[in-house]
Ligand binder design. Structure first.
Ligand code: NDP
Ligand code: 8X3
Length: 257
């Protein structure tokens, strides 16, 4: 019997690439997202591989519960739906944007996990792959709440593992760095120029790279649990810690104490 993957945020980027990859490998798909017309297009493209296409906002608790209450057994839950909004300093950004990130990236993961996990535990099989981010481990200016939500995803994934010890349910947090998708268009609210600058002159990860990794994780022998997998493009790495230097303390002969 074919395995079933439930993908949140299948209308674009990593989620859409995963839908195509898993369909190509003979899996059945349950696709979700807010943009119903995108889900319909994907369903038309992937045909019989799509068991269900469900339109809902992952941050709406009741909507998630209603949408996910009567589903076939899920072998793999891909908690992928998520977003960053803005790149401004914490004292200037829009509090609504912060709440939207918390609702989507944190509460969305909680609601979907809570809806699917009991069935996995009951069947004593299954895998949850949460999409974290390098931003969950490595801070950067303007990453404030986005990075905070992904740090939550990282630690929540580990704590799930702790709870699930003794079952055959796996949990992995996949943490990508810079990848080109609609992510930056969403972050900069449709400003194509700003979005393009993020990737200019570099070769980012592609959604298909992420789909390959997720398929790899999903098809490891069932006794193997990858807890965390961080991945960056070769064109990305860390910089030195930032130091603010005071101009008045740089004059020759001045004490540095
Ligand atoms: P995209 O913007 O291309 O895709 C995001 C997906 O999330 C869309 O399908 C969107 O669907 C869905 N989504 C967003 N908000 C909601 C919501 N409230 N309810 C339901 N679905 C929602 O970005 P990516 O593919 O790049 O992002 C996927 C995940 O990867 C996110 O969690 C992101 O934080 C993470 N990530 C991205 C990186 C990158 O550089 N691109 C790097 C590291 C992590 P719809 O709008 O139809 O609802
Ligand atoms: C997306 C990667 O560096 O834009 O999670 O935060 S980054």
């Amino acid at each position: 019997m074919a395995s079933t993957i439930l993908i949140t945020g299948a209308t674009s980027g990593f989620g859409a690439a995963c839908a195509r990859r898993f369909a190509g490998e003979g899996w059945q798909l349950i696709l979700t997202g807010r943009r119903g017309e995108r889900l319909e297009q994907l369903q038309a493209e992937l045909g019989g591989a799509v068991t269900a296409a469900l339109t809902f906002d992952v941050g709406q608790r009741q909507a998630v519960q209603e949408a996910l209450q009567q589903l076939p057994p899920i072998d793999l839950l891909l908690n992928n739906a998520g977003l960053a909004l803005g790149l401004g300093p914490a004292w200037k950004v829009d509090l609504d944007d912060w709440e939207t990130m918390v609702d989507t990236n944190i509460k969305g993961v909680l609601y979907c996990t809570r809806a699917v996990l009991p069935g996995m535990v009951e069947r004593n099989r299954g895998h949850i792959i949460n999409i974290g981010s390098t931003a969950g481990s490595w801070p950067y200016p303007g990453g404030n709440v986005y990075g905070g939500t992904k740090a939550f995803v990282q630690q929540f994934s580990r704590n799930l593992r702790a709870d699930l010890l003794g079952t055959r349910v796996r949990v992995t947090c996949l943490e990508p760095g810079m990848a080109e998708s609609e992510f930056s268009q969403v972050r900069f609210k449709g400003d194509q120029e700003l979005a393009a600058k993020v990737y200019a002159g570099a070769e980012p990860l592609r959604p298909e790279d992420i789909a390959d990794l997720i398929y790899f994780l999903a098809t490891l022998p069932p006794h193997v649990n990858v807890n965390t997998l961080e991945v960056m493009p070769i064109d990305q790495a860390w910089g030195p810690l930032a130091v603010h230097r005071h101009p008045e303390q740089q004059s020759p002969g001045r004490s540095t104490r």
